[in-house]
Design a protein around this ligand. Structure first.
Ligand SMILES: Nc1nc2c(ncn2[C@@H]2O[C@H](COP(=O)(O)OP(=O)(O)OP(=O)(O)O)[C@@H](O)[C@H]2O)c(=O)[nH]1
Ligand SMILES: C[S@@+](CC[C@H](N)C(=O)[O-])C[C@H]1O[C@@H](n2cnc3c(N)ncnc32)[C@H](O)[C@@H]1O
Ligand code: SF4
Ligand code: SF4
Length: 366
């Protein structure tokens, strides 16, 4: 199977916009910039820190992210002003949605101030946060909500304490994450989504328990296929529990009906329980690639711009910002980066590609 592709290519989102030439269309308020596959730029995922208080084995294994790991020093990070300036320029190119992530984004001091600043950027109509929930107190949740954060996604891989503690590798208990989910909902950071990365032989026996727990609640549980992000997690295809397996495991007990994406380019494929008791999603980057609708750019905490989650290299925006470049110059750089973008890693994944040098997920943001 030396060159076999794992994915069945955008099976749920049609790659129907392919064009040979990039183009730019002027609208009244923003410029819509298209990449070489005619994909617009709509989402900016911002990693606000490369640090984390968890050591999830599939993301930041302790053997590599140990006490001697060199995280970025404070002065290497983009300031809130710099991030906001970039968000403003990205908004001019069509970005409407911002997701704050990391590492663990709630480790970044005064994050609510950044939320407030982004909230005031014209054109940004959705601000979300992905977090492990460990630091989400009721007070912080309310402060973030008041600052303009609309919704949160909280990661939880198992309801079994032993398994979850082994996966986060810092003995963090399940109940505290469940509490954080409730805290987020109480603060109106909703709909709260819950992300479960499924790894074969590790937490896959808990799929049904998770589905049962979150059925008939306001929460949307999404199952994520374990991905070959970075080079540190020892990814093997054999460890991936495919979306099909996940869906049949659940569907055999509670029949599922597919539902439409809530917007173009959504990463999760959505299903409703046929009995009306809620919905789930599957994020099947490995077996059902969704690159055709990928409108996402990623900004690392030190200002590198990545046009794919699996990129090997970013483009240094911090130096540009700090060199005194004009906003027009920066916009042109961003436009050019997006114009020549041709990333579609998940569509092209073979058994050889996981070994290519890639940025770590904790660095680029999930
Ligand atoms: N391969 C791939 N995986 C992605 C991409 N974007 C998100 N993911 C995966 O999907 C997971 C869920 O993403 P979230 O951070 O919850 O955000 P989202 O699903 O984009 O958020 P919504 O706005 O709620 O749809 C991430 O943690 C990644 O594992 C992408 O562009 N490519
Ligand atoms: C990198 S984390 C950053 C935000 C925060 N620390 C958290 O865990 O929610 C973002 C998301 O990426 C997911 N993730 C990390 N490594 C992954 C992998 N190898 N495959 C699939 N998803 C992964 C996590 O489960 C989490 O939902
Ligand atoms: S998945 Fe999130 S919580 Fe887990 S190690 Fe990675 S960044 Fe930290
Ligand atoms: S693999 Fe890259 S191009 Fe494909 S959806 Fe993910 S980030 Fe986008």
């Amino acid at each position: 199977m030396s060159t076999a592709q794992y994915s069945d290519h955008d099976s749920h989102q049609k790659d129907d916009q392919v064009s040979q030439k990039p183009s730019t269309t002027l609208t009244t308020t923003t410029t819509t910039v298209l990449d070489t596959l005619a994909r617009p730029l709509r989402d900016l995922r911002i990693s606000v820190t490369d640090r984390c208080n968890f050591r999830c084995t599939y993301c930041m294994p302790k053997e590599l992210f140990g006490p001697n790991f060199a995280f970025l020093p404070q002065n290497a990070l983009l300031s809130f002003e710099e991030i906001t300036q970039l968000v403003r320029l990205f908004a001019q190119l069509g970005v409407t949605k911002v997701r704050l992530t990391g590492g663990e984004p709630l480790l970044r001091r005064d994050l609510y101030k950044l939320v407030e600043m982004i909230h005031h950027v014209h054109g940004i109509d959705d601000i979300a946060l992905t977090t492990n929930g460990s630091l989400l107190t009721p007070k912080l949740a309310h402060t973030l909500k008041e600052a303009g954060l609309q919704r949160v996604t909280i990661s939880l891989d198992s309801l079994d304490d032993e398994i979850f503690m082994r996966m986060n590798d810092v003995s963090f208990p399940v109940q505290k994450v469940l509490d954080a989910i409730a805290v987020a909902d109480d603060a109106g950071l909703s709909p709260v989504k819950v992300n479960m990365v499924v790894k074969r032989g590790v937490n896959d026996k808990g799929i049904l328990a998770m589905a049962e727990h979150f059925r008939n609640t306001p929460y949307v549980l999404r199952f994520i296929e374990y991905m070959d992000v970075g080079n540190s997690n020892g990814w093997r295809m054999d460890d991936v529990v495919t979306a099909s397996e996940i869906l049949s495991t659940i569907g055999d007990v509670w029949p599922l009906t597919p539902i439409d994406a809530s917007r173009h380019g959504e990463v999760a494929t959505r299903y409703r329980y046929a009995d009306g008791l809620g919905e789930i999603g599957v994020i099947a980057s490995v077996t059902r690639a969704f690159c055709g609708g990928c409108t996402r750019a990623r900004l690392s905490s030190e200002g590198q711009l990545y046009t794919c989650l699996f990129a090997g290299k970013g483009r240094d925006l911090r130096t540009l910002l700090r060199s005194g470049a004009s906003e027009q110059e920066i916009v042109e750089v961003l436009e050019n980066i997006w114009h020549i973008r041709n990333d579609r890693y998940s569509q092209l994944r073979t058994e050889a590609t996981p070994h290519l040098p890639k940025v770590e997920m904790s660095h680029i943001g999930g």
